[in-house]
Write a protein that binds this ligand. Structure first.
Ligand code: HEC
Ligand code: HEC
Length: 317
């Protein structure tokens, strides 16, 4: 065998190895993607079963709403890669905000409404894993599974809508407050339209000819701060519209005098706001208890993120 033949064989072998290996990687990533879809499907199915047994009485047979609000709305959807609608995947911050909102609301319920609290941590009947299964079902929009499992269940036990749907006069209000989102905080999430950027008739999201372009959403640090405040659960305790919550409202806070528990007064400048976020125990607002606001945000949030939240609070005057 001459040298050039040997070289050719070597090159051939290397190419073959690359082909086989490349093929394997391709196969492996498809397999993993399929496995992920299958796992999500199983989680959503468990969520659907829990919904059938615990939630239909108030939220309707397919989440269409009854004494509780509609849950099968686009605002609660998180869009993954390659959605059939062509909608782009939900940005991570937005996906986190939706998950956090659903997880928190289901766990805590909503004080002074018929929405019970469900998390075992707060005295309810569902584990965190089960709450997560419900969140997955809702954010994946798997109401088809709720219908399928519900129909089967109802046939078995002879239930009808009349026996399933709750009579509001027999319900009692949720008293306990564990720092949940208020209906006021929910408005943003409810109003999301994750499908709006889907190409319609092939024309990508260009403003309609002749029509005024929709007002651009506020951009910059304040907009980022708003997303961060929702994603980190701040707005579960702090309303932005003036309503009292577990913590003081952020409306009209910036630049104003804050009465403190020790009888003194602080001016809510940037330094005060920052201190309140990274070291909530330093100054306690009059009328609120110490130790409720978590002291862990200094580890979770970067300086830039804290500044963004402060920029957002300043827009609330
Ligand atoms: C006894 C009736 C009742 C049951 C049972 C119930 N809910 Fe609710 N739920 C409500 C009401 C009422 C509200 C709205 C509260 C308000 O007015 O702010 C609500 C609100 C919600 C919200 C927030 C919706 C929004 O638009 O802000 C979610 C999410 C939710 N429920 C999920 C569930 C899940 C999941 C279950 C089952 C584990 C469940 N609920 C069981 C009555 C109920
Ligand atoms: C579990 C409820 C809870 C959460 C979550 C929470 N806070 Fe608070 N926060 C409070 C309470 C209660 C107070 C008032 C007591 C005090 O001064 O520490 C407070 C006080 C504050 C103050 C001072 C308000 C004033 O009127 O002077 C700021 C600013 C603040 N929080 C920002 C945040 C930010 C930013 C987040 C999220 C990163 C957050 N909080 C998350 C409960 C919470």
């Amino acid at each position: 065998m001459n040298t050039s033949k040997q070289v050719n064989i070597m090159i051939g072998t290397v190419l073959l190895a690359i082909l086989v290996f490349g093929g394997y990687i391709g196969y492996e990533s498809t397999r993993q993607a399929e496995a992920r879809v299958e796992i999500t499907e199983r989680i959503a199915e468990r969520g659907a079963r829990l919904f059938v047994n615990n939630c239909r009485s108030c939220h309707g047979l397919e989440g269409e709403g009854h004494v509780g609000p509609v849950l099968n709305r686009p605002g609660f959807r998180i869009i993954g890669e390659h959605d059939p609608s062509g909608a782009p995947p939900s940005p991570q911050g937005e996906a986190d905000a939706v998950t956090n909102f659903l997880f928190n609301t289901i766990s805590c319920g909503r004080t002074n409404t018929f929405m019970p609290l469900w998390a075992q941590r707060f005295g309810g009947s569902l584990s965190d894993t089960q709450v997560h299964q419900l969140v997955t079902m809702i954010s994946e929009g798997r109401w088809d599974l709720v219908k399928e499992i519900g129909d089967e269940h109802d046939k078995e036990v002879g239930a009808t809508p009349a026996t399933i749907l709750a009579d509001a006069s027999t319900l009692s209000l949720t008293e306990k407050n564990c720092g949940q989102f208020t209906a006021d905080n929910a408005a943003d999430i409810r109003g999301r339209d994750p499908f709006k950027a889907a190409p319609a008739g092939g024309a990508a999201a260009a403003p309609a000819a002749g029509g005024a372009a929709p007002a651009a959403p506020a951009a910059g640090p304040a907009a980022e701060g708003k997303t961060l405040a929702t994603a980190n659960g701040c707005t579960a305790c702090h309303s932005v519209g003036g309503a009292a919550g577990v913590g003081p409202t952020w409306k009209g806070l910036s630049g104003h005098d804050v009465p403190l528990a020790d009888g003194s007064t602080a001016k809510a400048d940037d330094a005060y706001l920052k201190e309140s976020i990274i070291n909530p125990g330093a100054k306690i607002v009059k009328g609120f208890a110490p130790g409720i606001m978590p002291a862990t945000f200094k580890d979770k949030l970067s300086d830039a993120q804290i500044d963004a939240i402060i920029a957002y609070i300043k827009t609330l005057n």
